[in-house]
Design a protein around this ligand. Structure first.
Ligand SMILES: [Mn+2]
Length: 319
């Protein structure tokens, strides 16, 4: 059922035991949104638990409450409500769907959202789920603490490339200013996010050696091998390098996972890559999307590349 923010506020007020989750391969938006909502609901005397079916990258250990995010177990737990943040599809929450027995509320900003929940609020105009959480907290007259501000600033800033991507709106910048007033420190958050272990930079150098250009230099791909992934906590940000090459329209990163799955990220300057990701069972946003395909790397690359070329040609004929 499509809910307004006001209906969501009421639903949360009327629930006493609440589980919060978000998508696997968590990013700043999903972690920041989870932690901020958890902080608010806990302060209202609710019994709240956060679960996530994945490792939380150490990169985010500066977020207050980071260590309290648990993992789903085989035991089934009941609650008044399961809040699913920043996930466009039920599959995106992994084993949490079997672990929790509760009606589902989904708050999200992905254009590819499948409306899988019992109640949902989806705004694809929002740069981040964190923006929606902030609007919800305003509606609830929540006391904005530095913890909430830090978490939501991180959520919003990471999803809009620190206010550089096309999803950055006037509202995004206003919210960032609000959050700074509430105690977020943009400079230290950027420092935390930018600081990388030496290993990460050395790995990036190796990954960039796999760079290939296709379709008259309009598509750039990089490939991350499984042994690279063994030594690395996160490949966050790698795809920005092919994306910023002059003349490149679509950047693609292929990550070869150990279990034979190829995880693929897309970025674009103008073309709608959410459609591309969606055609392979994934999803995302117009300029940032992803999917996972099982198969041999050569076959998967061929398939994905020819789809990307088709998508580009289609966009070119529309110009
Ligand atoms: Mn997001």
């Amino acid at each position: 059922m499509d809910f307004s923010l006001k209906q969501i506020a009421e639903l949360l007020q009327n629930s006493s035991t609440i589980i919060i989750t978000a998508h696997v391969h968590p990013d700043g938006d999903c972690l920041g949104s989870m932690l901020a909502l958890n902080e608010y609901l806990s302060s209202r005397g609710k019994s709240v638990k956060m679960v996530l079916d994945d490792e939380v990258p150490a990169l985010y250990n500066f977020l207050p409450g980071y260590e309290t995010i648990g993992k789903p177990t085989t035991k089934i737990i009941s609650a008044d409500l399961l809040v699913v943040l920043d996930a466009s599809d039920i599959e995106r929450i992994g084993k949490v769907k079997e672990h929790v027995n509760a009606p589902i509320l989904n708050i999200d900003h992905h254009i590819s959202n499948t409306k899988f929940a019992d109640y949902w609020y989806i705004n694809s105009q929002s740069a981040a789920t964190g923006e929606i959480i902030l609007e919800l907290l305003y509606l609830l007259n929540a006391k904005m603490t530095p913890t909430i501000a830090t978490c939501l600033y991180t959520a919003i800033a990471t999803d809009c490339g620190f206010f550089r991507y096309a999803n950055t709106s006037v509202q995004t910048l206003r919210y960032a200013a609000d959050l700074m007033e509430f105690g977020a420190n943009p400079n230290s958050i950027s420092e935390y996010m930018e600081t990388k272990p030496l290993e990460s930079i050395l790995t990036l150098a190796k990954v960039l050696e796999t760079l290939e250009l296709h379709h008259h230099g309009k598509i750039a791909t990089i490939t991350v091998s499984p042994d690279t992934l063994d030594t690395l906590d996160s490949t966050e940000g790698f795809i920005n390098y092919p994306r910023i090459i002059e003349g490149v329209e679509i950047a693609i990163m292929f990550k070869i996972m150990n279990e034979g799955t190829i995880r693929i990220s897309f970025r674009s300057k103008t073309v709608d890559v959410s459609k591309l990701a969606f055609s392979f069972g994934g999803g995302g946003h117009i300029r940032a999307a992803g999917c996972a395909i099982i198969g041999k790397i050569e076959d998967v690359q061929k398939k994905v590349l020819s789809s990307a070329i088709k998508q580009l040609q289609l966009a070119e004929t529309l110009l």
